[in-house]
Ligand binder design. Structure first.
Ligand code: ADE
Length: 231
């Protein structure tokens, strides 16, 4: 799968993509990441990429020309037929495991990171297929949200996670949050690992984990609990 990132701050991506599981995914060829500096595509002699909003108001907007040209460069260079273009914005649909799953089967995903007060609406109308938010709060730009999307999508691509990093049993599987985990030592600061986990009885362990998942989901995410356990 290929990720194409349009941004004004390309360096933000280099450190994250060069560590841990993301780096391994790139090295293995499971994902390819291409980063484009929108400023490089500006026709303005000072490489300007922002301007005042028509109608007045606070802040600046990203102008359409450099974004459109960057987009055309990406689709032409990589011969992308039906591009999925995601604009990261607090106005978007809230990201979820389900959206990550759905996007994990795409060949190419183009991510557009906004800055300042946002981008010219005509870019959204012309090229954007999905507007995605990572939650109900406002960040200074779309770069962190883009990384979150890339991470959540990449780990679902076959071969990216190893067997013991497997996502078989994790939060949001079946709309339940994950049960608690324990490792050695058996006692830490006077706190003991629950007996059932040391019992060797796999049926009982499975039941305990399920019960704990239901308990934590009911406490913290009544919305998920209602969806899953009150059918
Ligand atoms: N840009 C600024 N805030 C954002 C958010 N919450 N989600 C996605 N993109 C954003």
């Amino acid at each position: 799968m290929r990720f194409h990132i349009m941004t004004l701050f390309p360096d933000i991506f280099n450190s994250y993509m060069n560590e841990s599981i993301m780096k391994r995914a790139v090295d293995k060829g499971s994902i390819e990441v291409y980063i484009y500096n929108i400023r490089d595509f500006s026709n303005n002699k000072h490489k300007k990429v922002d301007d005042y909003p028509f109608g007045g108001g606070a802040g600046m907007l990203m102008t359409p020309q450099p974004i459109y040209d960057a987009y055309m460069h990406i689709v032409n260079t990589h011969d992308i037929k039906n591009p999925r273009v995601i604009y990261l914005t607090p106005k978007g649909k809230v990201h979820s495991q389900e959206i990550a799953q759905e996007m994990s089967v795409c060949d190419d995903v183009i991510l557009l990171c906004g800055h300042y007060e946002g981008i010219d609406q005509r870019i959204i109308d012309l090229i954007v297929t999905d507007e995605i938010s990572i939650g109900d709060y406002v960040l200074t730009g779309g770069e962190l949200p883009a990384l979150i999307l890339i991470d959540s999508i990449s780990r679902l691509i076959p071969g990216v996670l190893s067997q013991n990093e497997s996502f078989e049993e994790e939060s949001f599987k079946d709309n339940l949050l994950e049960y608690p985990h324990y490792t050695r030592p058996r006692e830490f600061m006077g706190m003991k690992v629950p007996d059932v986990l040391l019992s060797g009885n796999h049926k009982k362990i499975e039941q305990w984990r399920y019960d704990e998942s239901v308990k934590v989901t009911k406490e913290r995410r009544p919305d998920l609990y209602k969806k899953t356990c009150k059918k």
